[in-house]
Design a protein around this ligand. Sequence first.
Ligand code: FES
Length: 153
Amino acid sequence: MNHYKDYQQIKFEINIFFDGILWRYEPLLQIKLEKTIPIFPPKNFHLFKPLVLLLPFLQQEVKPAFFYVYDDEIIGFFNLCTHIRVPLDLDDNRFFNVLGNIVCKVHGAQFCPKTGCVISGPARSPLFKIKIKNLSPENILTIEGFYRENFLQ
Ligand code: FES
């Protein structure tokens, strides 16, 4: 396994295969985190800023994804609305509304903060969720790939 820290390495050294459920990174992606992953707060969700990292996406693109700890689990999603595939936020790393749901700032679709499933439209598909293998004591995040929740139901 390799450690990827910058755009060039991600872009040229990772392959992505779809196995029917998961868009799988080959090799597994490992990122040494410089900051801790923040815990989802009990209130003031709209002010909360998750950790944002760049990850390989489809068609050789690199996209930002946001991470936080929710119910003791590390959760991550690509910052990509499934309505028309634009960023969910306003380039301010704020992804949640006052209810604690992920909200797209373009047309207001809401998504579950744990699964990425649609709570209200116009989006119809769940967000692309990051499949996390583990976070080591050395703060290395290992990522298997990404998927959408409906493939697993
Ligand atoms: S682009 Fe997100 S709801 Fe339309």
